[in-house]
Write a protein that binds this ligand. Structure first.
Ligand code: DLL
Length: 434
């Protein structure tokens, strides 16, 4: 049985959906233009006005907005609503610069909950389900976003937040959690810790689904989580600038994540030329909010690399999908001229049963040359002190990386549990370059 949360929206005929998008887009552009000085300036600089938007494709005439523009507008420069209408503020971590501030009205928050709730329905959730939210709560949007989704659908919500893993697992077992929402790294840590505690969560726990996002996960990592916990894996995409988790979510048919197209208009652009690319081609995802009141974003450059999958989906939803993310343009490594994303390295590493799904990429430089060290962890059963076996494993891994990704890196095999586990987003790249 296909379960929808908002069938009239999720299965709306495409023509009608496009009409709805255009009407909402015009309203969103007007909201941005009338209430945010930044847009009046950027539209004027680009020589375009609201009258230039007659079709959805006309959006390509309008300028982009970037993370830097958001930083420059700190704190309230992009707010289209006065303080009395702002219900909540979220912010990005600001670890790489000035934090970006995003405001939400009560309606924005309600829309957000509804978007996430669609994903809960995709994994078979209902008002009879118990969802455990193990994303961090706070300025990070994971916790409160998943929480709102659970409440929108009428689930029992357990707001454990991240951390205190053993207690999480005990609650998961004792309270009969059906759905776990957390990052893929944390889902794997929870699964491994539960197994270490002597449980077989796949058979002993009630859990039937995970809703994982906020970072890329390779196919093998997803499979490992699904097998260890015995669950359906739903990938959830989102970003704090645009909303939070729920911008796009993966149905049981897999093959991509359905974009909440009534709320967001997505384009894929070539990151170099910034030309809009046709559906199916990989490039940078650009998102425009269609209904957002407080912080309307017109053509936000996400830096995320994906493509649009427009073939009809067997689940019956008509909203187009984005493919699972490859990574971010700013995380792409260029190793001796070859472009590679950490998630592609992860996919190769996880083919090896002797290696745990744990790795770190350490970047250093020696004069002008960048050096890349790949640190991977062996599984406890592997005899790490047997030099011959270790050298053999290293050389097989090196040759797989060479033949799959055409990269040559310095590999360091390290002992089980020596790479720090993450309760949120894993830190895969350590950049020690000066
Ligand atoms: O990570 C929001 C979120 C919370 C999404 C919980 C999903 C689940 P930010 O901290 O602003 O927001 O980071 C957004 O994380 O631009 C992507 O690069 C990455 N990201 C988010 N979801 C996925 C995903 C949250 N499913 C940035 N796969 C985005 C790969 C993802 N990367």
């Amino acid at each position: 049985m296909t379960q929808y949360f908002q069938p009239e929206i999720e299965t709306m005929p495409r023509e009608q959906l496009r009409e709805l998008q255009l009407a909402n887009l015009k309203a969103s552009m007007k909201n941005a233009y009338d209430n945010v000085e930044f847009y009046r300036g950027s539209f004027a600089d680009a020589g375009v006005g609201l009258d230039d938007l007659e079709t959805l494709e006309d959006l390509a005439k309008f300028p982009f907005i970037t993370k830097q523009d958001m930083r420059d507008a700190y704190p309230f420069g992009l707010f289209a609503r006065k303080n009395e209408d702002v219900a909540r503020i979220h912010a990005s971590s600001g670890t790489t610069g000035q934090a970006t501030i995003v405001g939400h009205t009560a309606t924005d928050l309600k829309n957000w909950g509804n978007c996430f709730a669609r994903g809960i329905a995709m994994v078979g959730g209902s008002d009879a389900s118990t969802i455990q939210v193990s994303y961090g709560y706070g300025l990070f949007t994971g916790g409160l976003g998943a929480h709102a989704g659970g409440e929108a659908i009428g689930c029992t919500v357990i707001p454990t937040s991240s951390g205190n893993t053993k207690r999480q697992i005990q609650m998961m077992k004792d309270l009969g959690t059906d759905i776990l929402a957390c990052t893929p790294s944390y889902a794997l840590l929870i699964a491994d810790t539960a197994i270490e505690m002597g449980y077989d969560p796949a058979s002993e726990f009630k859990i039937s689904a995970v809703i994982c996002g906020a970072e890329p996960a390779s196919e093998n990592m997803r499979q490992e989580i699904a097998d260890k916990l015995g669950v359906q894996y739903c990938d959830v995409y989102g970003l704090s600038e645009i909303m939070g988790p729920g911008v796009a979510m993966e149905c049981a048919e897999r093959g991509g994540l359905h974009i909440a197209e009534d709320q967001f208009y997505c384009e894929i652009v070539d990151p170099e030329t910034l030309e809009v690319l046709p559906d199916g081609q990989w490039g940078e995802l650009v998102i425009t909010t269609l209904t957002r009141e407080c912080t309307p974003l017109i053509r936000y450059r996400t830096r995320d690399v994906t493509r649009i999958v427009s073939e009809p989906c067997a689940c019956g939803r008509t909203h187009r999908k984005i493919d699972r993310l490859r990574g971010r343009t700013d995380d792409m490594l260029i190793i001796r001229g070859v472009n590679v994303f950490p998630s592609q390295i992860e996919q190769v590493i996880t083919e090896f049963p002797e290696i745990a799904t744990q790795y770190q990429i350490i970047l250093t430089n020696d004069g002008v040359l960048d050096r890349v060290e790949l640190r991977v962890e062996t599984v406890p059963e592997f005899p790490i002190d047997e030099v011959r076996k270790l050298e053999d494993l290293k050389s097989r891994l090196a040759s797989e990386l060479k033949s799959n990704l055409q990269i040559a890196v310095n590999i360091k095999l390290v002992e089980p549990k020596s790479i720090e586990r993450s309760e949120g987003k894993a830190k895969r790249i350590i950049d020690n370059r000066n």
